[in-house]
Ligand binder design. Structure first.
Ligand code: DX5
Ligand code: ZN
Length: 216
């Protein structure tokens, strides 16, 4: 599969969200990545469901929602109502992950499970057959513009090996510190989707940067 690019709106200009989403619509990006934070699971607060509701009318790309919140299972209905394509919950935030994954799918969305940098890929051994995507964090979640954690390349390889060994088609998405150099390493290691926030939105020409990521 040709890899996908998911720009993260976290680094967009919040005073001009519509303009930035329309730029994404015109771009070669495949998905729009949306980071929801609660100030509890991560030490920051971003935006919530009313903003996603507003984006729904403008955004023409599938919405890839990344919930950095405690008890994400409480908000499955709300996320589904925004028209989200993918709902990502953190492994570390879900006591009954199997039940949560099933409920996300029942609500009509694809189910993604996210791992923090310290959480080993091996913990997915008994859930990976039920998830559509694994999102590996290559920074500690909470902020855009952080430095890429190099060990994420090794984790991507481990995850690719697990998926191939089991004969699954689970997607691998990587989030944090992605640029052309780290993106290339991740794709070589077996990643399917690259999230990029500051590298896209802080660039003088985001459309060109998306093109460059897409043609890596
Ligand atoms: C971080 C978020 C990321 C963030 C990535 O907690 O999950 O999606 O926007 O930003 P960059 O690409 O700047 O590291
Ligand atoms: Zn994210």
């Amino acid at each position: 599969m040709k890899h996908l690019i998911a720009p993260s709106l976290l680094s967009a200009d919040f005073m001009n969200l519509q303009r930035d989403v329309e730029m994404i619509n015109r771009s070669e990006a495949d998905w729009l990545h949306l980071d929801i934070m609660d100030g509890v699971f991560v030490p920051n607060i971003s935006f919530g469901f009313p903003v996603l509701e507003g984006l729904k009318a403008v955004c023409q790309k599938p919405m890839d929602v990344h919930l950095m919140i405690v008890e994400p299972q409480k908000f499955i209905k709300e996320v589904a109502a925004t028209g989200a394509y993918m709902m990502n919950v953190h492994y570390e935030a879900c006591t009954h992950l199997h039940r949560t994954v099933a409920a996300i799918k029942e609500a009509g969305m694809k189910a993604g499970v996210t791992l923090n940098p310290h959480t080993p890929v091996s913990l997915l051994e008994d859930i990976i057959q039920d998830v559509d995507m694994v999102l590996l964090m290559s920074v500690n979640p909470g902020y855009g513009g952080q430095k890429f954690i190099e060990h994420s390349v090794e984790k991507t390889k481990q995850l690719r090996a697990m998926i191939d060994r089991k004969g699954l088609d689970t997607l691998i998405e990587i989030d944090g510190g992605v640029n052309l150099a780290t993106g290339k390493k991740l794709l070589d290691a077996g990643a399917d989707i690259l999230v990029a926030g500051s590298f896209v939105f802080k660039a003088p020409d985001p459309l060109q940067v998306i093109h460059e990521l897409k043609t890596l």
